[in-house]
Ligand binder design. Structure first.
Ligand SMILES: C[S@@+](CC[C@H](N)C(=O)[O-])C[C@H]1O[C@@H](n2cnc3c(N)ncnc32)[C@H](O)[C@@H]1O
Length: 200
């Protein structure tokens, strides 16, 4: 169950909890993105704003209205346009065959939501469209550098393969890397990285 108060309170200060610069894995692989881009659990907008800065149309979805209001402010401050939608991903139905890419950065969701959402994401991609995802892995549970303290919300490679069985994997790996993305993500971390493509 999504706790909107929890996230709205976390986003209530004027600063940006995960910074205003985009996620490193997204930046490294931005050349693979095609529009329109759907960014899941967009938060305060750092990734959507980066995607828009590459000239791509982007829709950021999150259940925190406070986060998405800050996302719009960030876009405006850079002279960019992003679309945002306040929605609970547990009840979200992206438009079928519409998106060139779906981005999911630290969108830690319970298995009950992933089980409904991921099949819809597969269908929401255009032929040849990609999913690009980075998440903390189950091995992050014992670290205090970020991420939920709930193993069900943390990922491993097998959960990703099973979550997107109809996509062709392009990159599937678990690695340790330094994540310094705002005060919310602060140091050496265990992450899974996933890029997969819908058949053209
Ligand atoms: C760790 S933050 C990551 C934010 C952003 N992706 C980033 O990397 O800066 C997780 C985000 O997931 C959102 N979220 C969690 N559960 C959600 C749900 N069921 N529906 C929509 N958003 C959700 C929260 O509101 C929060 O903005």
């Amino acid at each position: 169950m999504y706790d909107q108060n929890f996230w709205n309170e976390r986003y209530a200060s004027t600063g940006y909890l995960y910074g205003t610069e985009a996620n490193g894995f997204l930046v490294e692989n931005a050349h693979l993105l095609r529009e329109p881009v759907l960014s899941l659990a967009e938060g305060e907008g750092r990734n959507a704003v980066f995607i828009a800065s590459r000239g791509l149309r982007v829709l950021g979805v999150d259940a925190s209205d406070v986060g998405l209001a800050k996302a719009q402010s960030l876009a405006k401050s850079r002279g960019l346009e992003i679309e945002t939608e306040v929605a609970d991903l547990g009840a979200y139905h992206p438009q079928e065959g519409h998106f060139g890419s779906v981005v999911s950065i630290f969108a830690h969701l319970p298995s009950a939501i992933r089980g409904k959402l991921y099949p819809l994401i597969e269908k929401a991609l255009q032929p040849g469209g990609i999913v690009l995802l980075e998440s903390y892995s189950e091995n992050q549970l014992t670290r205090d550098t970020g991420g939920p303290k709930d193993v069900d919300m943390l990922m491993n490679v097998e959960k990703l393969r099973q979550g997107f069985p109809n996509l062709e994997p392009v990159l599937v790996r678990e690695i340790e890397r330094e994540v310094r993305e705002g005060e919310g993500h602060t140091g050496m971390a265990s992450v899974v990285q996933f890029i997969a493509r819908r058949a053209a």
